[in-house]
Design a protein around this ligand. Structure first.
Ligand SMILES: [Zn+2]
Length: 419
């Protein structure tokens, strides 16, 4: 995380010159970045670190600069300290920070990338407190151990939030669960990435014949151990999200307004449910997913093997009459897995209803068992039978076919309006 780049050093030296000290006003996006990262630190219980970050930014000890694109931040340049007689300085990659923090927009308002920035700050502050940090195992190991510890602590925070969510009322509960799903998904990705980083640092130094790698190869950093706990929590969050709305029975309404109003298809489309995680996961795991009405194909790498599945179903009619019984047959098949049991693919069917514009979506037919198969195993199918609910003007209905059991969920959604 803290590689010394020549660009950084020259920049740091330039910044120390009095003529440049009174440079123009900092870009307001710098403060936005600091405020948002500090907010994330508070969110995961690191209040002290958050205050320290804000204080150090106002004192110029945390600054923004041009770093190599791969670098997020750098801290602790010992000879810079001797030259300026100032304490260590932390430099954040300006371009990357603006892109990932200040200018970042997401539909949900939750930015998962902030978690990685918070982890970087925790790591770099270890270097800030080292007297003469250089890139040796002696200095990097404590910083990486802190990164690993932070992952464990923050997973604990999310775990407690998840337990808290169980007792909450709507809509707060759904909001918290959605936020937790984003952050815990990101934490899992970070643990995987950092485990790989540590491995690469060790391999890289060994390959160059440098005697002491930057991190201690004998240490167990624990990223790989934390990841399955994060994945487990993620599964529980998703399962609770599915049961958050009142479980619908899919039974015909007590007084079906047959013949008065019908549900008419307004739109249909295929979407990823966790778009923020997709880009990262795609690159790392060869993930792909394409969908159209009646079929979604998806796959990912598992080690050296490839998992590849298709989910198919009979499209729902364009018009639905209240009380009508609808049968959806959802089938999942291996379409090119390279080994037996490699990965798992599956899906299911759900129906949700919105009784007034802007009102909450209620589950009409949810929590049904899913259908699943594994590499080189027989296709599996399942019939989902539900009754079409009563319709009144202003109401909306969605019928979705969901894909699950990959890290990234996706769904094909058909939206109906009442007329
Ligand atoms: Zn470091």
């Amino acid at each position: 995380m803290a590689r010394v780049s020549p660009t950084l050093l020259s920049l740091a030296l330039l910044c120390a010159l009095p003529s440049l000290a009174a440079a123009d006003q900092p870009d307001p996006r710098e403060r936005t970045c600091i405020d948002r990262i500090a907010g994330m630190l508070v969110r995961v219980g690191e209040d002290k670190l958050a205050s320290r970050l804000k204080r150090d930014f106002s004192k110029g000890r945390v600054q923004f600069g041009k770093l190599d694109p791969g670098e997020t931040a750098a801290a602790g340049k010992d000879f810079l300290d001797r030259l300026t007689r100032k304490p260590n300085v932390m430099t954040l990659n300006r371009e990357k920070a603006f892109q990932q923090v200040a200018d970042y927009r997401s539909a949900s308002g939750v930015n998962p990338l902030l978690l990685g920035w918070a982890a970087t700050i925790a790591h770099e502050y270890v270097h800030m407190d080292q007297v003469n940090p250089t890139e040796t195992a002696k200095h990097e190991t404590p910083a990486w151990l802190e990164s690993a510890d932070a992952m464990r602590r923050w997973l604990g925070v999310f775990h407690r939030d998840f337990e808290r969510a169980r007792g909450m009322k709507e809509p707060e509960r759904s909001r918290l669960l959605a936020e937790l799903e984003t952050y815990v998904g990101e934490l899992s990705l970070l643990c995987g990435a950092m485990a790989a980083d540590v491995r690469k640092l060790i391999e890289h130094r060994n390959a160059l014949g440098v005697r002491s790698p930057k991190v201690d190869p004998s240490k167990n950093y624990g990223f790989a151990q934390t990841k399955p706990h994060a994945d487990n929590l993620l599964r529980n969050i998703r399962a609770l999200r599915r049961t958050t709305a009142k479980p619908g029975t899919g039974q015909p309404p007590a007084t079906p307004a047959k013949g008065r109003f019908v549900w008419r298809r307004q739109s249909a489309g295929y979407a990823m449910i966790y778009p923020d995680a997709v880009a990262k996961y795609k690159a790392e795991n060869g993930f792909f997913s394409t969908g159209a009405e009646g079929i979604v194909q998806f796959g990912y790498r598992v080690g050296n093997e490839q998992a590849k599945f298709a989910l198919t179903w009979n499209p729902v009619p364009d018009t639905l009459t209240p009380g009508q019984s609808i049968r959806m047959t959802v089938k999942v098949s291996d379409i090119g897995c390279t080994a037996e049991n490699v990965g798992a693919g599956g899906g299911g069917c759900e129906v949700w209803i919105q009784r007034s514009p802007d009102g909450p979506w209620e589950g009409w037919f949810i929590n049904q068992p899913g259908v699943e198969t594994k590499g080189r195993q027989a296709p599996q199918s399942r019939d989902y039978v539900f009754a079409v609910p009563e319709a009144k003007p202003g109401m909306r209905l969605i019928v979705k076919t969901t894909v699950f059991d990959t890290l990234i969920g996706s769904e094909f959604v058909v939206v109906y309006g009442c007329e």
